[in-house]
Design a protein around this ligand. Structure first.
Ligand SMILES: [Zn+2]
Length: 564
């Protein structure tokens, strides 16, 4: 009993975390990996057809019930359905449809009761015919076993497909859907599983399922990004089969841009091959689990952090921290990142301009030309269109219903969409890259703090305050709204929260009232224009302080007084 409770306790404190790394071109055994992916696909499709057979058999068994009640119910339900549909159609056209609506409501009620009845009868029937159903179930299991044996897959791979099948079939049954066949288009995955969890150091060693070329632990601390990237380059070997007793490795280089912490254990790992435009790319996904309170929680002091953004000379300040010893510092998004966010924004507005232009050109063209009815209908709300995808849909229809003298416009839309796609990809990639960099910046900041402190105080998340955040950022030429997007203080907050809670550290949310307006030296609360300048002179004690530093001190003090 005690043991069971203990394991439940362990369960509760266990969380899963996913690490994802982009891979470069494979070094060895890509052909074998591809073969496994294709066979996984085949195996899945075979399981889908086994499932289909199983369903057919059990349905026909249910239908074989000679007691006509069930059929009658089915018939009645079908009739009701037709009736409801008929009424619906009429009701839509008829203005005076009030009585019909009520009738439909009544029919729907009846149907509900019939369904419930049917469900009960079915349950009863299954209970009474248990042996027959058990036979079907056994046939299914045998077929699955046979398919597995014939799949030609290394066991981890069939195991992985099987477990997704087992989850999917239950879900499909509950939702009354059928499992879907998958077409093999060259994408897929290979995976390995470590049932009891694999310690990280073994992955960097001689494990028989997955191996990662060790990385110097200091690599991640390197402050130069290019250097860090170079030092964190590694190679992953994932097992895709056996040669006698030896593993056959699928080998790929990758950049381990963030470390897997040593208190984690690996549960499973996959290399995924996915379609990317006209080519394919690989990524490594590692699923780990860790015990939340594994780390030593010795008290290392507290830090107060003021979150909020403000334009400063060297970038966008997003946080100011301060500890009990009076040490303090800031987190600032450097200018080069801000410039790139601006670039993303420019691309977006260029696309917007092209879109509006395309709408105007089409509208003008439609006015001058005799156009078919369908096109008039499609373009009826042209002025309301808000996304290029509307043009895509229109073009698709248009290609099926070409008419004389439409070449010019069709060519124009094609050209527009091609250019938009190009810009969209550019914008998307740039944004993705830049957001990752920001995240990395936030992650490093939080990692530094969690190393040094065991308690963090943050202001309570408060929507009103978020609105007010626009106060902080009116210096400089850019719109404050825009700065808010770049700073994404809520992301920083989440990163800090998750970093501290993951290590079992203490997070306390502090009441935000007056943290900015109160002087930490004398306690005077005064209203002042916080957006005008960073430094403020207290009118009561003449102290001069950086507003954000002042707020961080107030947060720290409030936190300490609450903690005791
Ligand atoms: Zn003062």
């Amino acid at each position: 009993m005690a043991k069971k409770m203990q394991s439940e306790e362990a369960q509760r404190n266990t969380s899963f975390r996913v690490f994802e790394y982009g891979c470069l071109s494979p070094l060895a055994n890509e052909d074998i990996a591809l073969e496994q992916m294709r066979k996984r696909n085949e195996f899945w499709n075979r399981l889908v057809s086994i499932e289909g057979e199983y369903r057919k058999k059990s349905m026909s068994l249910i239908a074989s019930e000679r007691n006509d009640t069930l059929d009658n119910l089915e018939g009645k339900i079908a009739d009701l359905r037709d009736e409801i549909d008929k009424h619906r159609k009429v009701a839509l056209k008829d203005v005076d449809a009030f009585s019909l609506v009520n009738e439909v409501k009544k029919l729907q009620e009846d149907r509900k009761i019939l369904y419930a009845e049917q469900k009960m009868r079915r349950k009863e029937f299954i209970e009474m015919n248990k042996p027959a159903f058990e036979l079907i179930e056994k046939e299914r299991r045998d077929a699955v076993k046979k398919a597995q044996a014939e799949s030609g897959l290394w066991w981890c791979n069939y195991d992985d497909v099987l477990s997704s099948y087992n989850v999917a079939r239950i879900k499909a049954m509950k939702e009354g859907k059928e499992l879907k066949y998958h077409r093999f288009d060259g994408s897929g995955k290979v995976s390995v599983r470590c049932q009891r969890g694999l310690a990280i150091e073994k992955v960097f060693g001689s494990n028989k399922h997955i191996q990662i070329k060790p990385i110097d632990q200091t690599a991640w601390d390197c402050s130069i990004r290019a250097e860090r990237r170079k030092m964190t380059r590694s190679i992953v070997k994932i097992r895709v089969g056996s040669d006698g007793r030896d593993p056959i490795w699928f080998e790929l280089p990758f950049v381990m841009h963030r470390p897997i912490s040593f208190e984690c254990t690996i549960r499973s790992a996959s290399v995924v091959r996915e379609k990317y435009g006209n080519s394919f790319r690989y990524k490594l996904i590692i699923i780990t689990c860790f015990s939340q309170f594994a780390e030593n929680t010795a008290d290392k002091g507290a830090v107060g952090i003021d979150l909020g953004w403000r334009r400063v000379d060297d970038g966008l300040r997003v946080a100011y921290w301060c500890d009990e010893e009076g040490r303090n510092g800031t987190l600032t998004i450097p200018n080069d990142i801000i410039v790139r966010f601006k670039k993303v924004d420019d691309l977006k507005s260029i696309r917007g301009r092209h879109f509006n232009n395309a709408k105007a050109v089409l509208a003008g063209w439609l006015k001058d030309k005799p156009t078919p009815e369908w096109l008039k209908g499609e373009a009826k709300f042209l002025y309301k269109w808000n996304s290029p995808s509307k043009f895509k849909k229109l073009l698709f229809k248009w290609h099926q219903k070409r008419f004389p003298e439409d070449q010019e416009m069709v060519a124009f839309i094609e050209k527009y969409l091609k250019r938009d796609l190009h810009l969209w990809q550019w914008e998307f990639n740039l944004r993705d890259k830049i957001q990752r960099r920001r995240r990395e910046l936030y992650r490093i900041f939080a990692a530094e703090l969690v190393k040094r402190y065991s308690t963090v105080f943050l202001e309570k998340f408060d929507l009103r305050r978020v609105e007010e955040e626009s106060e902080y950022g009116t210096q400089g030429a850019l719109l404050s709204n825009y700065h808010r997007t770049i700073a994404s203080v809520s992301i920083l907050r989440n990163v800090i929260n998750s970093t501290f809670s993951r290590r079992g550290k203490y997070i306390l949310q502090i009441e935000a009232k007056n943290t900015t307006m109160k002087c930490h030296k004398c306690g005077q609360v005064e209203k002042f224009d916080s957006k005008r300048q960073i430094f403020h002179t207290c009118s009561a004690c003449d102290a001069v302080w950086d507003q954000d530093h002042n707020a961080a001190i107030n947060i720290l003090e409030r936190g300490l007084s609450q903690k005791e």
